[in-house]
Design a protein around this ligand. Structure first.
Ligand SMILES: [Zn+2]
Length: 269
């Protein structure tokens, strides 16, 4: 397994990329930080969601800033519709602009996948686990929001399954797990911990402190990906906790629910 995303700084703007994805030359992509945008207050400064305490103008300007930096046309951005389930939507050029610049009819899609060039997929985060996939052979890419509920539903496996239906061999797929709440801070109630350990085994329970249980969502998702046929050496884990690094990332729990939204963008070129 590879550890660490690459940090890119352009003036005030900071974002992360996946080295193994970059080496293919097949995608433009990023995972954002909260730095380098125009939003203020709790959404400061690179908030990318209309659903936060921020103006739509700021969100659009932030998209313009990040898209320009990574060489993606913001007019084409396609939003996921995250409902904490395991739906995967196959996006095409018919979907360009949905969510950011026009009404979207994409529903119940915590994950997006595409086999077409110039279709920038966009998923949102503030503690939940980002999963990114790239099949450099069949040229298929995917961005997935794997919150704890979607992790329990094994949405990562679902994404790999959709990619297999589109022609991918899991042996070829590169995968990346982005910054999100780490085992240091992902505390859950006993009944939720039990759902995790029943399904994924005791190894994903990081520790218990009194009646508090801490679950390792990173290890859970790594195990889900490996069980789906992805090679361990093709997985990159950012290993950065959003709660621990609140100066750099939005953290829904760390900021007491008053925060902005990060996003992952990936587009085949
Ligand atoms: Zn932490």
């Amino acid at each position: 397994m590879n550890k660490g995303f690459k940090l890119v700084k352009k003036g005030e703007l900071e974002y992360l990329t996946v080295p193994s994805f970059e080496e293919t030359g097949l995608v433009r992509h990023c995972f954002t930080t909260r730095l380098g945008g125009v939003s203020t207050g709790e959404a400061a400064s690179l908030n990318l969601s209309y659903k936060r305490n921020d103006s739509p103008e700021n969100v659009r300007e932030n998209f313009r800033i990040i898209c320009e930096a990574i060489g993606v046309d913001h007019n084409k951005i396609v939003f996921s519709d995250q409902t904490h389930k395991k739906g995967i939507y196959i996006a095409t050029t018919d979907d360009l602009g949905k969510g950011l610049h026009r009404e979207s009819d994409i529903s119940d899609a915590d994950g997006l996948v595409t086999q077409q060039k110039d279709v920038p997929l966009c998923t949102f985060y503030a503690d939940c686990v980002p999963l990114f996939f790239l099949d450099p052979v069949k040229k298929i890419t995917s961005a997935v929001h794997s919150g704890w509920k979607s992790t329990l539903l094994e949405i990562g496996k679902e994404a790999v399954s959709v990619m297999k239906d589109m022609g991918s061999n899991p042996d070829d797929i590169l995968a990346a797990i982005g910054p999100s709440i780490g085992p240091c801070h992902f505390e859950v109630r006993g009944d939720v911990a039990e759902q995790f350990t029943d399904k994924f085994g005791m190894e994903i329970l990081d520790r218990t402190v009194g009646d508090k249980s801490f679950i390792n969502l990173w290890k859970t998702n790594v195990n889900i990906l490996i069980a789906s046929g992805i090679r361990e050496r093709n997985i990159t884990l950012a290993e950065e906790c959003t709660y621990c690094n609140r100066d750099r990332f939005y953290s829904y729990r760390g900021d007491d629910h008053k925060t902005g939204s990060l996003c992952g963008i990936i587009q085949l070129v």
